[in-house]
Design a protein around this ligand. Structure first.
Ligand SMILES: Nc1nc2c(ncn2[C@@H]2O[C@H](COP(=O)(O)OP(=O)(O)OP(=O)(O)O)[C@@H](O)[C@H]2O)c(=O)[nH]1
Ligand SMILES: [Mg+2]
Length: 593
């Protein structure tokens, strides 16, 4: 028995259930995703899975014209009188279903036959009246049937077709096997034939039973009439059965219904049917319809995943873009690198002098303060000669970072207004709950704590300076001389200075050599090092921007995207990812039309 279809369907149903459970905390996402899915999900849960998964259960419905003996056949198949038999026409008003306790329970949950409203059969007389809901189905629980077979007795086709055409449709839909109950008088009525022809075309197994048959000449008349019926319905040479006319029939409901063409008793024939193959045929259209709609659902889920992932990536990209607005000015550490470098190039004599020199003893960092101002001026063309203090610089950086954080938050709020649900509400919720002022402060704390010099930048600085050093022997000498000057006392400045300072005269240099020595040094370096300053600095700037981007991501983007991440988790779960594959399995397990 091929279980692929049933297994695929129930795996899909289970995965869908897990996805739905996982989305309980995400009502907006669940509402979006599960909108307009009620119909195919009900089809799956109440029809396809109960019929196609696990051990099969054959639904055999006894159908036919008025007073042909349907209730009689039903009782004979069952082996007990469950459906009242009446001499009056159109006695059976409501369909009745006989099933084992397990299947009865399933039916009462509206599984197996969801087309009907199940009502437990307490008094058999109820079947004979049109009371209760129009689509009522009475459930009769019996231990005479196994879990593999469910029997239906139905109102006659003639009257339900006029009274309740929907009930006729539902009966045809509910039965895998339709037992066509015929009599010598009523075996090819137009309505009856049309009903069975449609059922056969929809993959149902139609089994003719000639009731009240004349046994003469080995049922010659019954055979001819069944042939007529089969031809009218397009059946071909199918198994057929016969019940001889017998006035005492109703007294013994345990008599078997015999086959006319070697298929044994009807009850045994039903028990031997390949249920799985028949179900696949019967439910082919339903599964195809289900698979189409479920396929749209899977596509919708995939699109939502792509959208949420895209949005998350977009937020991170916005953080990086906004961080580019940050234009940090270097601190004293960066400036100090120059001095360190020149010092490392000094000859043994200079070093010896330098070690004793008070000017050098003040250290690279103190000097760096002046140098970085020089760098800043060149790199940003700022404020002329006005020199910013360290703390003012930090304040300015902090303010700039807080402004960038605010601008980014505004940009996100604006974005959340423009995108579609459910992404919009996910993003909005998190943004609204955020304290933007403290976010700005945290971003600034973190980004500014990263403004010391990285190893990578130190290496870069070293390389840039080396290259420059190799390519500019003149200027190199100037810097070395400058360093020498610093190493010696201010009194030694006078002679070489006019050679290198490009316009700054000796008297001025003498003035600089005092407390303003640092600025003097900075000016010289700036002049000598020229445009190389910009190249020297740009990786440092990039590092600072990257640090800001990381801080923005951690303190603004991540909290803002928390809802997106939470919504994505169930959608990226194994359950959700498997849905598409399970659906494909179901499609492949269907018989070709
Ligand atoms: N003598 C005899 N009577 C039968 C036979 N089959 C059915 N009947 C009688 O025919 C009448 C109708 O039988 P039902 O089984 O109620 O027929 P039905 O098709 O269920 O009728 P509705 O539910 O009214 O459409 C009853 O009086 C039965 O006793 C048979 O083989 N022999
Ligand atoms: Mg009846």
């Amino acid at each position: 028995m091929d279980e692929t279809l049933g297994e695929g369907l129930s795996a899909f149903e289970a995965a869908l259930g897990r996805l739905r459970d996982a989305l309980v905390a995400q009502p907006d996402v669940a509402a979006f995703l599960f909108a307009d899915t009620d119909e195919w999900r009900a089809l799956l849960t109440y029809k396809l899975v109960p019929h196609l998964a696990g051990a099969g259960c054959l639904v055999a419905a006894v159908a036919g014209g008025t007073n042909t003996g349907k209730s009689t056949v039903f009782n004979l198949l069952l082996g007990e009188t469950a459906s009242p038999v009446r001499a009056t026409a159109a006695a059976t008003c409501r369909p009745v279903l006989a099933a084992s306790p397990v299947r009865s329970a399933q039916c009462l949950e509206a599984k197996l036959v969801p087309e009907f409203t199940p009502v437990p059969l307490t008094a058999p007389e109820a079947i004979l009246h049109y009371d209760g809901p129009e689509n009522a189905l009475y459930i009769y629980e019996t231990s005479r049937l196994s879990d593999g077979l469910v029997l239906l007795d139905t109102p006659d086709i003639d009257s339900i077709m006029t009274r309740h055409w929907r009930v006729a449709e539902h009966l045809r839909a509910a039965g895998d096997v339709l037992i066509g109950t015929l009599t010598p008088e009523k075996y090819k009525d137009e309505r009856v034939v049309a009903f069975f022809r449609a059922a056969h075309a929809a993959g149902r197994l139609v089994v003719p039973v000639m009731n009240k048959a004349n046994p003469a000449e080995d049922y010659a008349a019954a055979r001819a009439q069944i042939d007529d019926f089969r031809a009218a319905v397009n059946l071909g040479a199918t198994p057929c059965f016969v019940i001889p006319y017998d006035p005492t029939l109703a007294e013994d409901p345990t008599r078997p219904i015999q086959s006319l063409n070697g298929h044994g008793a009807l009850r045994e024939y039903l028990a031997g049917i390949d249920v799985s193959a028949l179900k696949r045929r019967v439910y082919r259209d339903s599964v195809t319809r289900f698979a189409e709609q479920a396929g749209l659902f899977v596509e919708k889920a995939d699109r939502l995943v792509a959208e949420l992932r895209g949005l998350r990536a977009d937020l991170a990209a916005r953080a990086r873009r906004f961080a580019q607005q940050y234009d940090p000015a270097p601190g004293p550490e960066v400036g100090g690198l120059f001095h360190e470098f020149v010092q490392s190039k000094r000859g043994a004599v200079g070093r010896a002098i330098g070690q004793a020199s008070g000017a050098v003893a003040r250290g690279a960092a103190a000097l760096g303060g002046a140098v970085r101002r020089a760098i800043t001026r060149r790199a940003t063309f700022e404020r002329g000669d006005e020199i910013e203090t360290e703390s003012a610089l930090r304040q300015r950086h902090r303010a700039a970072i807080e402004r960038i954080t605010r601008d980014l938050a505004t940009d996100l709020i604006d974005l959340a207004r423009r995108i579609d649900p459910p992404s919009a509400s996910l993003l909005q919720r998190d943004l609204e709950s955020m304290d933007l002022a403290s976010v700005g402060a945290r971003v600034a704390d973190e980004a500014l704590s990263a403004d010391d010099i990285s190893e990578a930048f130190r290496r870069h600085a070293r390389k840039t300076l080396e290259t420059w050093w190799e390519n500019h022997p003149e200027k190199r000498r100037a810097l070395l001389a400058l360093d020498m000057i610093l190493a010696l006392t201010p009194a030694a400045i006078a002679v070489p200075i006019s050679l290198y300072t490009g316009g700054i005269g000796v008297p001025e240099a003498m003035i600089f050599a005092g407390p303003l020595m640092e600025q003097f040094v900075a000016r010289v370096i700036e002049y000598q090092f020229g445009d190389a300053l910009f190249d020297f600095l740009s990786p440092w700037r990039e590092e600072q921007r990257a640090a800001l981007a990381a801080a923005l991501e951690r303190h603004l983007i991540e909290p803002a995207a928390r809802g997106l991440a939470d919504a994505l988790a169930p959608l990226e779960s194994e359950a959700c990812l498997a849905l598409g594959e399970q659906l494909e399995l179901c499609r492949k397990a269907l018989p070709k039309s």
